[in-house]
Design a protein around this ligand. Structure first.
Ligand code: UDP
Ligand code: MG
Length: 320
């Protein structure tokens, strides 16, 4: 029997986890696959911890629950999941039922139909988002694809399934600032993209505000492209040439026509323009420097407070 591991990052999903568990076990009941669930409780502040403890007491399948010491973000939760899976296949799915667990079988079928593929990813064809967010998301994909060597498929989510070899490769990318969309395509392999439509969230609310999305997008660009640094260089070269040209103009004026005290506007414009360009370039360099700083500190991506396996406490850092 082949084992299918499913990573479920949960942050304040107390009402969803039980529903999710029922749905996914129903899907896998009667199939030839052995299910392994890895719930990662990403420092929830509601009753997710207790709800997961109840769920993990079930014996229908392997159920691992990792409780983080605080909220580290979905990226860290997925990484923890990858570190803990044992299956031939590994999938990532949200706990909020926006992604139908039945689609996991669709992904498994895809692997069976085409033995050559290593990963299956779902992308959203029609996104039920407001026009502004959709506009910015499209811009983002255009920009990052033109800037980066790795390919970013528009609308592709973290709802994916991988063969073991891909999971091993993902684990080799141990960077601290993780941007999964980039990591998944950076590792390469043969990925099949399938369309799907996300459902409405069951309970609770999305953790993604517009500001968070913008930050995430910028962080992805910095992680997977050095093009902004080239832009800084390019602006520097442009400003240098422009200043040489203007320098010549001023010298010629001085030599042949003399300069009456004027040029207030010119000076103000120049100061503001060059000041702006300099600050922008410093900012860009600063973004990359911050990354070097964070990576150099080499802090762990996440900390696990305690761990359950089918209701039994496997690890508790207070009893270590
Ligand atoms: N999530 C998480 N840590 C976070 C934020 C979210 O583990 O800091 C989980 C969340 O519980 C859910 C998944 O990531 O299972 C997707 O989050 P959400 O539904 O808020 O995102 P959306 O579907 O709106 O993109
Ligand atoms: Mg969601």
């Amino acid at each position: 029997m082949e084992r299918v591991s499913v990573i479920v990052p949960c942050y304040n999903e107390e009402k969803n986890v039980e529903i999710f568990y029922k749905a996914i076990t129903e899907v896998f009941a009667g199939t030839d696959y052995e299910l392994e669930l890895v719930f990662v409780n990403d420092g929830s502040s509601d009753g997710t911890r207790e709800a997961l403890k109840r769920v993990s007491a079930n014996e229908d399948c392997l159920i691992k629950v990792l409780n983080f010491s605080r909220n580290f973000g979905k990226e860290s939760a997925m990484y923890a999941g990858f570190n803990n899976v044992t299956g031939e296949y590994t999938a990532v799915i949200d706990a909020d039922m926006q992604q139908d667990p039945k689609l996991l079988l669709t992904m498994l079928d895809a692997f069976k139909e085409e033995p050559d593929i290593d990963a299956v990813a779902f992308y959203q064809e029609a996104r039920k988002e407001n026009a502004v967010i959709r506009f910015f998301k499209n811009r983002f994909y255009r920009m990052i694809n033109s800037m980066s060597d790795v390919e970013f498929v528009s609308g592709a989510s973290d709802f994916r399934m991988f063969r073991r070899n891909v999971v091993e490769s993902i684990l080799k990318l141990s960077e601290k600032t993780r941007f999964s969309k980039g990591i998944f395509s950076w590792v390469g392999y043969n990925t099949r993209y399938l369309p799907y439509t996300a459902n409405e969230r069951m309970y609770g609310e999305s953790k993604w505000s517009f500001v968070k999305l913008v930050k995430y997008a910028l962080s992805g660009m910095v992680s997977f492209s050095t093009a902004p640094l080239n832009i800084a260089t390019f602006m520097g070269i442009l400003a240098s040439f422009a200043s040489i040209a203007y320098l010549l103009v001023v010298i010629i004026q001085k030599l042949f026509f003399g300069i009456a005290v004027e040029g207030y506007a010119t000076i103000v414009v120049l100061i503001l323009f060059l000041g702006g360009v300099q600050l922008l370039c410093l900012g860009i360099i600063g973004e990359y420097l911050a990354r070097v700083f964070i990576e150099a500190k080499n802090r762990p991506v996440y900390l696990v407070r305690d761990e359950y396996l089918n209701g039994k406490c496997e690890k508790d850092d207070r009893k270590a």
